[in-house]
Design a protein around this ligand. Structure first.
Ligand code: CA
Length: 536
């Protein structure tokens, strides 16, 4: 706290001096040079798969890398560190809650996507229903949140885009009640009814399933020929300018609605994909895939514009940026033929399946951390020297962002004494990409997501030292994969390696019990169906 007060007064003094003596640019430069806590921008893309960028995350380049165009994300990796094994939850709200709380899904209990505080949208097929008392209201103002902690540590906090961490008509739906000083376009819903200003971002469209998905708060753009991603970019740039003027370090939660459904073209980029076959093939790019790629490129363009804005304003040297996604790429429905000529559930190749699944395609996500502009004279960069163009194989979890961002912020304000953070501070891996440490990582999704297909059923997983076990609650079955050697999860080794299976299954059970995990409920008996280890 002392540090932030000192920073604040130093900047205020600088601004005061500028009013009396010199142009503001001079004082801003001085303030930037003296800054002791970095600005932080989190670029959280929605539903962007591990293979949905031109930046390669797999061991070998895949056709998707040559289809998608994301030069700005590539540039971020050139100035920073890329992580090839980072995980989110399999769907939106559990991930967003883990970022906000630092806790694993099994502990925070927002285990599925949220919308109505008294309406469960979990799928209705199969023997098991959702846990009876999972937090379908989402998180609420009494919860510890990342932006609240940042505020306590002197930060100005800004939410832009999709929130989706508190249910409709609850206080938690409003980012302003959850620790953000500013909210642009965030509310309960997890998708925009429309990406188009000409359609008022869906605000006049019929409400489907009892919940409105019109994007709130952008009425000045209604009726205009603009795309939502661009509008959020312009608003982000305005909010960066306002944040800099507060004299505080800032946190921008740049949480794109893209590339979630509805998969609607970004007009400035659709021309790069229309009326042509996939590169090196005679497969015509399906319309929905043209549109999807344009949404991806539009998001990349936004990231590039915001980085450029930070540079123009002299803020980039002291701004730390992180890019990641909130779950694997959608592949179970809506999507069509891939650049490899394959069909649904293969869009995340070389990973198996997609968003909502127990397999790697459901939760493995891209992740890059970098300074917005490399400057060896920046004291903040000297303290956190991220090696340009480095790659780390350290496994990371989405809940790591909470302690990592608080570490970057040099947070000294304490969390409540009994508060448990499951995530770890990943900055040591940012600065030392050679460092790889053993780590037990758990995901817990005790819900039917909806569609049928590979891994889209209630499950829990544990990853440790290159191995992964999956438990499927509906069938009471276990699968075991060596994901270091078999990233596509093609060879189930459960029968062949019983000792490894038993060891990891017990670890998963103990880990979930320690977190107080909730179990699916049998639709016939109304009783919980806890995870059963294979030896029982
Ligand atoms: Ca999502």
């Amino acid at each position: 706290m002392k540090k932030s007060n000192k920073l604040s007064s130093a900047i205020k003094a600088g601004l005061l001096a500028s009013c009396m003596l010199a142009p503001q640019a001079f004082s801003m430069e001085k303030a930037v040079a003296n800054q002791v806590q970095p600005n932080i921008v989190l670029f959280l893309v929605d539903d962007l798969g591990w293979s949905d960028t031109s930046l390669q995350f797999a061991r070998e380049r895949v056709p998707s890398n040559d289809f998608f165009r994301t030069p700005n994300i590539e540039n971020m990796a050139k100035t920073g560190v890329k992580f090839t094994q980072s995980y989110a939850a399999a769907v939106c709200s559990p991930t967003r809650t883990s970022i906000m709380t630092g806790q694993n899904t099994a502990r925070h209990k927002v285990t599925n996507w949220i919308m109505l505080a008294e309406g469960d949208h979990s799928g209705t097929w199969g023997p098991n229903a959702a846990p009876a008392d999972w937090r379908l209201e989402g998180i609420q103002p009494q919860d510890v949140t990342l932006p609240k902690q940042l505020q306590m540590n002197g930060y100005h906090t800004v939410h832009i885009g999709k929130a989706h961490f508190g249910a409709l008509n609850t206080e938690g739906a409003d980012p302003l009640k959850m620790g953000f000083d500013v909210n642009v376009a965030g509310h309960a819903a997890g998708a925009p009814a429309s990406y188009y200003g000409e359609e008022n971002f869906g605000n006049d469209m019929p409400v489907i399933d009892g919940y409105p998905q019109g994007v709130p708060g952008l009425s000045e753009y209604h009726g205009k020929d603009v795309h939502l991603t661009d509008v959020l970019t312009w608003r982000a740039e305005e909010e960066i300018d306002k944040a800099a003027a507060t004299g505080k370090p800032f946190f921008i939660n740049m949480s794109y609605y893209a590339v979630h459904t509805p998969i609607e073209a970004h007009p400035r980029f659709i021309g790069n994909y229309e009326n042509r076959p996939y590169k090196g093939t005679n497969i015509d790019i399906p319309l929905v895939e043209e549109r999807y790629a344009s949404l991806v490129e539009g998001t990349d363009d936004s990231i590039g514009n915001i980085l450029e804005h930070l540079k123009e304003k002299g803020l980039a040297e002291n701004t730390l940026v992180i890019f990641t996604s909130d779950n694997g790429g959608l592949s179970a429905h809506t999507r069509e033929t891939t650049p490899r000529g394959t069909e649904r559930n293969t869009h995340n190749y070389p990973l198996r399946s997609g968003k909502g699944s127990a397999y790697e395609g459901g939760s493995r996500v891209p992740y890059v951390a970098s300074w917005a502009k490399i400057d060896s004279t920046s004291k903040l960069q000297q303290e956190l020297p991220i090696k340009p163009n480095s790659t780390s194989k350290q496994p990371l979890m989405i809940e790591d962002l909470f302690p990592t961002i608080l570490s970057v912020a040099k947070a000294t304000a304490k969390l409540p004494e009994d508060y448990i953070v499951d995530g770890i501070d990943a900055t040591k891996y940012w600065v030392n990409s050679e460092l790889k440490e053993s780590r037990e990582m758990v995901t817990h999704y005790p819900h039917v997501w909806g569609p049928f297909g590979p891994g889209y059923e209630p499950h829990s997983t544990l990853i440790l030292d290159g191995w992964k076990v999956i438990y499927f609650y509906n069938s009471n079955t276990w699968e075991l994969y060596n994901i270091d050697k078999d990233i596509g999860e093609s060879f189930n080794l459960a029968a062949k390696e019983p000792s490894i299976l038993n060891k990891l299954a017990l670890k998963l059970k103990n880990n979930l019990n320690e977190k107080g995990a909730q179990w699916p409920v049998n639709r016939m008996t109304g009783k919980e169906e806890p995870l059963r280890t294979p030896s029982l």
